[in-house]
Design a protein around this ligand. Structure first.
Ligand SMILES: [Zn+2]
Length: 398
């Protein structure tokens, strides 16, 4: 790169360099940060090529080959992937003050806490979201208690209180961007459909989506999916039977494809228990049914579970033949489309907030686990290397 020291070494530039040296540094540097020579993959731009990414005033200033101009700081990204900051739409990052900073080290520059809290306890989650380094948002659980594990928060339907949920949304319009309902039988039993109706009743007046957690539901998908509207989200999409997305012969229910056609979003939602097994992922993806978004269902313990981090969760899909570009899309632009709060995220487009994830794609033998202690070996895995948030490099993971 061409910096001030290089200029000083060339006689012809000595005068110019002396002038630059007298100027304040902020004026002399064209860019605050340039990420040099990485393989830039940005599905929102249709780009997969070696490029530099230049950042000024917290925004993407340019993406190009061998960007000229002085930079206050550079990151050498040769041999690395440079992608838009990752967005994780199903986490429980709001549960602890440490969560958001940990996620940032994983390349996650935007997160959604998906229903950790209901009307009774959303204030604490909202406070964590507001003080997070990166953009953090929350879905309010239709059950006023939020998640009760393992007993389940919807066994008593009176917990699904529409007025209280609406009050929580109204109190936290800047943070609450949707409503969550956990519908698996161990949470809701036969209350699943009524709980979902109440979630919609709470969300619709505010124009917000509902995210449902499915898996071993009391009711079949063909009864649940018609209660969803365009833009709603189904998380844990590859949860195994009973009442998953596949029939007894392993064929995808036509209702699921119909729901996707009318704008329902299907999210992976890794988690730790009962949320996916390899057989369901394999059968569904062989029929062309890929997730729209990845998510981790993350909490501060996730590094020691089968989740590890969002790049690890994404890497599970190499084994099923998902192209890298599509994989990055699921964790960036596709996730950004789900919530208007992320409208200008998930892209390296010029003018966008300069949120960038630097990843390394390593070849080798890597073991991945499902939620049933099933292990499969893959040949590639993505590792988080560094994150840039609003143009600032953030501390790497220990
Ligand atoms: Zn969850």
């Amino acid at each position: 790169m061409l910096n001030r020291r290089h200029l000083l070494r060339t006689g012809a530039a000595t005068v110019a360099a002396a002038m630059i040296a007298r100027m304040p540094r902020a004026l002399a540097a064209t860019y605050d940060l340039v990420i040099k020579g990485g393989r830039v993959i940005d599905p929102s731009l249709g780009l997969d090529a070696v490029r530099d990414v230049a950042i000024a005033k917290g925004k993407i200033a340019a993406v190009g080959e061998n960007i000229a101009g002085d930079a206050a700081e550079t990151i050498d990204a040769q041999g690395k992937l440079v992608v838009p900051g990752l967005l994780d739409i199903h986490t429980h990052a709001g549960r602890s003050k440490e969560g958001p900073a940990m996620l940032l080290q994983d390349g996650v520059t935007g997160w959604v806490d998906a229903g950790s809290a209901g009307a009774d306890n959303i204030d604490a989650i909202a406070a964590t979201a507001r003080s997070a380094p990166q953009i953090g948002r929350a879905l309010v659980n239709i059950a006023r208690t939020g998640v009760i594990s393992p007993a389940g928060e919807l066994h008593d339907l009176s917990a699904a209180n529409v007025a209280l949920a609406q009050g929580a949304i109204a109190r936290h319009r800047d943070v609450v961007i949707g409503v969550k309902a956990r519908l698996s039988a161990n949470v809701a039993e036969a209350n699943d459909l009524e709980a979902l109706r109440r979630a919609q009743e709470a969300a619709v007046p505010f124009g917000l989506p509902v995210m449902i957690h499915v898996g071993q539901n009391y009711s079949p998908m063909r009864a649940i999916l018609p209660l969803l509207k365009r833009g709603d989200i189904v998380t844990h999409v590859y949860a195994p039977a009973p009442n998953g997305i596949l029939d007894d012969q392993g064929r995808l229910f036509p209702d699921v494809l119909a729901a996707r056609r009318r704008g329902i979003i299907f999210d992976f939602g890794n988690g730790t228990l009962d949320h996916f097994d390899w057989a369901t992922v394999e059968k569904a993806t062989k029929q062309g049914f890929w997730p729209d978004t990845f998510s981790t269902d993350w909490n501060t313990q996730s590094r020691t579970t089968g989740v590890v981090d969002l790049p690890n969760v994404m890497s599970k899909f190499f084994m099923f033949g998902m192209p890298l570009m599509q994989m990055i899309a699921c964790a960036t632009v596709n996730a950004a489309r789900v919530f208007p709060a992320f409208d200008d995220r998930g892209t390296l487009n010029v003018g966008a907030p300069a949120d960038v994830a630097i990843l390394e794609l390593r070849d080798g033998t890597f073991d991945f686990v499902d939620n049933y202690k099933g292990t499969r070996s893959g040949k590639q895995r993505l590792f988080p290397i560094a994150s840039v948030l609003a143009g600032k490099k953030t501390p790497a993971r220990a």
